[in-house]
Ligand binder design. Structure first.
Ligand SMILES: Nc1ncnc2c1ncn2[C@@H]1O[C@H](COP(=O)(O)OP(=O)(O)O)[C@@H](O)[C@H]1O
Ligand SMILES: [Mg+2]
Length: 263
């Protein structure tokens, strides 16, 4: 096991402060995923550093979910490799360090918010007083403490989305993989969600978040622009705007898509 597993939560940030290059959280090399004739991910190579809020940006069908499912270890690559903290995925050592919020809600509608969270805690082996404490903390954080004992079937879409996030983070993962967490969420709650992510990131959690809302992109440290399984560009939001000489990310995305067609 690499030393990275024992590193403190704030290492990446401290290294950054000291001007050192932070350790890679995820290293992806020549990753390919085929479904029959369809190449959902095409020869993808990229590195995501510890401490980043990395955005996977692309329209529907660009391969965001497929990539995240491979990172979590739920789908096997056709070829190529993924390493998380130096360990080849899927890995029993890495799995407990990951928090995964699926695009489709994974909640039980006939259980209460607290019971749903307890279910996730049990999967991760979080029990007893520690479990109660973490559930209380997370429900407070997503502003659902007063609804803890209500069945989830009575919740609005936004409340379910907040509870899903709380469930994905209850075991304090080092890497949070959030698949379109703000899809179908109203603009105000979207802002709240991004404030949660910023807070989480300050606490030392590396985040990989997919979205097709290009206005959210500016809140990421770096972006991978995906289309039809191809990585069109990878850079900081500012650099992508500069490189494309555009003033908004939507225009920049179209620019890089067009460049690829020409190439
Ligand atoms: N299990 C599957 N079987 C066949 N095709 C799939 C499967 N999962 C995804 N795809 C296809 O792979 C492509 C990428 O899908 P996906 O990763 O869901 O994209 P995104 O999350 O960016 O919308 C799409 O063309 C989709 O239809
Ligand atoms: Mg998807």
């Amino acid at each position: 096991m690499s030393d990275a597993f024992h590193a403190g939560e704030h290492d990446a940030r401290m290294q950054e402060a000291q001007g050192e290059k932070s350790e890679p959280m995820v290293v992806i090399e020549q990753l390919v995923k085929r479904f029959g004739k369809l190449e959902a991910i095409r020869a993808l190579t990229m590195t995501i550093n510890a401490g980043e809020t990395f955005g996977l940006i692309g329209p529907n069908g660009s391969g965001k979910t497929t990539l995240i499912r491979m990172l979590v270890g739920l789908t096997h690559p056709t070829s190529g490799t993924i390493r998380i903290l130096g360990e080849r995925v899927p890995s029993a050592q890495v799995a407990p360090l990951l928090g995964y919020m699926t695009q489709a809600s994974a909640l039980y509608l006939d259980l209460t918010a607290r019971e749903n969270m307890a279910f996730f805690c049990n999967i991760y082996g979080l029990r007893g007083p520690m479990q109660r404490q973490r559930i209380a903390e997370m429900l407070e954080r997503v502003d659902l403490a007063d609804r803890a004992n209500d069945v989830v079937g009575t919740f609005s879409g936004g409340m379910k989305q907040r509870l899903s996030l709380a469930c994905a983070l209850v075991h304090q993962p080092r890497l949070a993989l959030l698949d379109e967490p703000t899809v179908g969420v109203d603009p105000e709650l979207r802002r709240t969600f991004w404030n949660y992510f910023a807070q989480l990131n300050r606490e030392g959690v590396t985040i990989i978040v997919s979205t097709h809302h290009l206005d959210e992109a500016t809140r990421c440290t770096r972006l991978g622009l995906l289309r039809f399984g191809n990585l069109l560009a990878l850079d900081t939001p500012q650099a992508l705007l500069q490189r494309s000489a555009k003033s908004d990310m939507e225009e920049a995305f179209l620019y890089f898509a067009h460049q690829e067609v020409l190439a």
